[in-house]
Design a protein around this ligand. Structure first.
Ligand SMILES: [Zn+2]
Length: 322
C-alpha cells in the first residue's frame, strides 16, 4: 500500500503520522519539540518522530510533508524566520530528504491547515476557499483554484492585514493589524488595559484583581455571562474580523470562509458582529449572500493532515488539483 508521511513541527509539539492516500491516519506519534535545546536537537527529534511512523518498506512512501510555524519558501524548501524555533534560514526540505529519503515538501502551518480543510474538512467541494484561524495569533491560508496561493512566496498573511490603522500594536511590531485586535492575545490585552484603567467588570473578581490572569478564555466566559466590558471587547474582535473578511471578499470573492482556532469557539459572540461588519462593509450583497462563513471541521491534527495533503498535491496524487 502506498503511504504518505506528514509532520507538524509546532513550537511546543512535534507530531508525525503515516497516512494512506485518502488521508486516513494509519499510525501517529508526538513528542515535545524542546526548542530550548537548540536547532540541531530539534532536527534530531524531528527525524525521530518520522522514523517512528515510517512504513516497514520505506519505498512505499510517496513523500514526506513538513508543516512549519513561520514563513517558508516552498519552492526552495527553506524555513525563513520562525518566531518560536531555533531554525532560522534552515534548508529543512534538503536536510530531511538527505536523512530520511524523499521527496520532501514543506509548507507554512496555516496554509497547510487551509489545504486540509479544503480537501478533508468544511471546504470540501469548493474551488476557492479562505481559511482563518483565530487563536493566540491570527493566521490564514488562501486556496485559489484548488491550490495554496502565496503570491511570491509568503502571501496570505491574513492576520497582518491592516484593518484599523490607528489600532493597537501587533506582535509583529506594526500597528493596526487584524491579529492585534481579534487574536486571543489581543482580546486579553484589551481587557487588561481597560481593567487597569479602572473600568468596572466581573472579570476583576474572576481573577481576584490579579490582572495577569486575564486570558481570552476568561473574557469569553465573562462575555457569555453578559459582562458589558467583556462583551464590548469580544464584539470588537468579531467586528474587525468581519472587516478583514469583507476586504478578502472584495479581493478574492471565494466560495467559502472557514474559521478555526480557539477563539472561534466563542461562536455567536464572535460570529454575529463579524457577519454584521461583513454586510456593512462589503461593496454589494452579491459578495456575501451565498458565501458561507463556517466553523472549521478538523480538530487538533488539522495542520498534520495538511502536511500529508501537500504531498498528495505536489506529487500529482490528487486528481482534483493536478
Ligand atoms: Zn502584524
Amino acid at each position: 500500500m502506498q503511504t504518505i508521511i506528514g509532520v507538524d513541527v509546532g513550537g511546543t509539539l512535534l507530531r508525525a503520522a503515516r497516512y494512506d492516500l485518502d488521508l486516513n491516519v494509519l499510525e501517529r506519534v508526538e513528542q515535545p519539540t524542546r526548542a530550548d535545546l537548540g536547532g540541531e536537537a530539534v532536527l534530531e527529534r524531528l527525524y525521530q518522530v518520522i522514523r517512528q511512523v515510517l512504513p516497514e518498506s520505506p519505498d512505499t512512501s510517496i513523500g514526506i510533508g513538513v508543516a512549519l510555524p513561520g514563513p517558508v519558501d516552498m519552492d526552495k524548501g527553506i524555513l525563513i524566520a520562525p518566531p518560536n524555533l531555533p531554525l532560522k534560514d534552515t534548508l529543512i526540505a534538503h536536510l530531511v530528504e538527505q536523512t530520511m529519503g524523499g521527496p520532501v515538501f514543506i509548507g507554512n502551518d496555516a496554509d497547510l491547515a487551509a489545504l486540509a480543510e479544503h480537501q478533508r474538512g468544511a471546504g470540501r467541494g469548493t474551488r476557492n476557499m479562505i481559511y482563518i484561524t483565530v487563536s493566540t495569533g491570527v493566521g490564514g491560508g488562501i486556496i485559489a483554484d484548488d491550490r495554496i496561493y502565496t503570491g511570491r512566496g509568503q502571501g496570505g498573511e491574513i492576520g497582518h492585514m491592516v484593518v484599523w490603522p490607528d489600532g493597537p500594536m501587533c506582535g509583529c511590531g506594526k500597528q493596526g493589524h487584524l491579529e492585534a485586535v481579534s487574536s486571543g492575545t489581543g482580546i486579553a490585552r484589551a481587557a487588561r488595559e481597560r481593567l487597569s484603567a479602572g473600568e468596572q467588570s466581573a472579570m476583576s473578581g474572576m481573577v481576584k484583581e490579579n490582572l495577569s490572569q486575564v486570558t481570552a478564555k476568561l473574557v469569553g466566559q465573562a462575555a457569555a455571562n453578559g459582562d458589558a466590558l467583556a462583551l464590548e471587547i469580544v464584539t470588537r474582535a468579531g467586528r474587525y474580523l468581519g472587516i478583514g473578511i469583507a476586504s478578502l471578499m472584495m479581493l478574492f470573492n471565494p466560495d467559502m470562509f472557514v474559521i478555526g482556532g480557539g477563539v472561534s469557539k466563542l461562536d455567536k459572540l464572535l460570529f454575529d458582529p463579524m457577519h454584521k461588519a461583513v454586510e456593512e462593509y462589503a461593496m454589494h450583497p452579491r459578495y456575501w449572500k451565498d458565501v458561507p462563513i463556517v466553523h472549521a471541521q478538523l480538530g487538533d491534527d488539522v495542520v498534520l493532515t495538511g502536511s500529508a495533503a501537500l504531498v498528495k498535491t505536489m506529487t500529482g496524487n490528487n486528481p482534483k488539483t493536478l
